[in-house]
Design a protein around this ligand. Structure first.
Ligand code: GUN
Length: 292
């Protein structure tokens, strides 16, 4: 079965448009992006296009690759203080002289649509409500869309990044799955892949896996976006798609998880805007934050 992210996105768009239309104020997403990174360009253009479709206004700020760190820090502080900005994204990766953790963590946790700040990361691992990283949320939403059961299942995540692997492990745990995180030093990876009910691969190597690496019935989620001769591919060898019938499910690249990530991002923006429009909920959240 093909786990079609595009189909999921098309099914969700009317609901998102409707939620935006009910807001008192147009939501606005600010994206800070380093100029000249091709992969970032593609991700960001995709985010901008979808946001426009549902009525989320966007502001794109290009950062020169030579910029001083404190200039970005000042911009983030300015956006934090701007009541017309609903959410902020600092597109990663950043050039080496910039400290990703320091800058990301300057974002007001209430505007942190990526869910990358210490506050939202902590809330996720404590099982508290907060803003959830978009790729991780998108993966779970896609599995739910196709009614794939998670409870009690053996899940193997081949990615230990803060952006994907770690938050995704937390979300699978919330759903009572049994989670293993694998990485470049993992031994007997092929055996672990054969044992898993669900494999999430985010290795970043084209053709890293092929259909006969998996037992029949395995659900395979490919979160990688690699470029080969300008073409977008994942980690799973393309000819594997001919063997879809032996797998429990496979996400294509493009048209798989990437689509769901953008939907999750827009849901986070709308969630913030809906909370802003409800003063009593805001007061309640502020009280909770003051107690922390
Ligand atoms: N780089 C690749 N994916 C992402 C993402 O989801 N958010 C940000 N900020 N940077 C990224």
């Amino acid at each position: 079965m093909l786990l079609d992210g595009k189909k999921y996105a098309e099914a969700k768009l009317p609901e998102l448009k409707e939620r935006v239309s009910k807001l008192e104020k147009e939501p606005r997403l600010a994206i800070l992006q380093v100029f000249g990174d091709d992969a970032s360009d593609r991700y960001v253009q995709n985010k901008l296009k979808r946001c426009r479709e549902v009525g989320i206004d966007t502001r794109l700020f290009y950062i020169s690759p030579m910029v001083e760190q404190e200039r970005i820090a000042d911009k983030i502080r300015e956006l934090n203080a701007d009541p017309n900005i609903t959410g902020i994204i600092l597109q990663l990766p950043l050039p080496e002289h910039l400290d990703e953790h320091y800058l990301t963590n300057l974002i007001d946790p209430k505007k942190d649509v990526d869910g990358f700040t210490e506050t939202n990361t902590g809330k996720l691992s404590l099982g508290q409500p907060g803003l959830i990283p978009c790729t991780a949320k998108g993966v779970i939403d896609l599995l739910d869309f196709y009614d794939i059961p998670l409870e009690g299942k053996d899940v193997l995540i081949i990615n230990r990044s803060n952006i994907v692997g770690k938050p995704l492990a937390q979300l699978f745990l919330r759903r009572n799955a049994t989670v293993t995180i694998a990485h470049s030093k993992t031994e007997h990876l092929k055996d672990k892949i054969k044992q898993a009910d669900i494999v999430v691969t985010g290795v970043g190597i084209p053709n890293f896996l092929r259909y006969d690496d998996f037992e029949p019935g395995t659900v395979v989620i490919d979160v990688s976006i690699n470029f080969v001769d300008g073409r977008m591919v994942g980690d799973v060898k393309k000819s594997s798609y001919g063997y879809l019938q032996t797998l429990g499910g496979l996400t294509p690249v493009p048209g798989g998880v990437g689509q769901c990530t953008v939907i999750a991002l827009m849901e986070n923006v709308i969630q913030i805007a809906e909370t802003e429009g409800c003063p009593s909920l805001m007061r309640f959240q502020n009280m909770l934050n003051e107690e922390e």
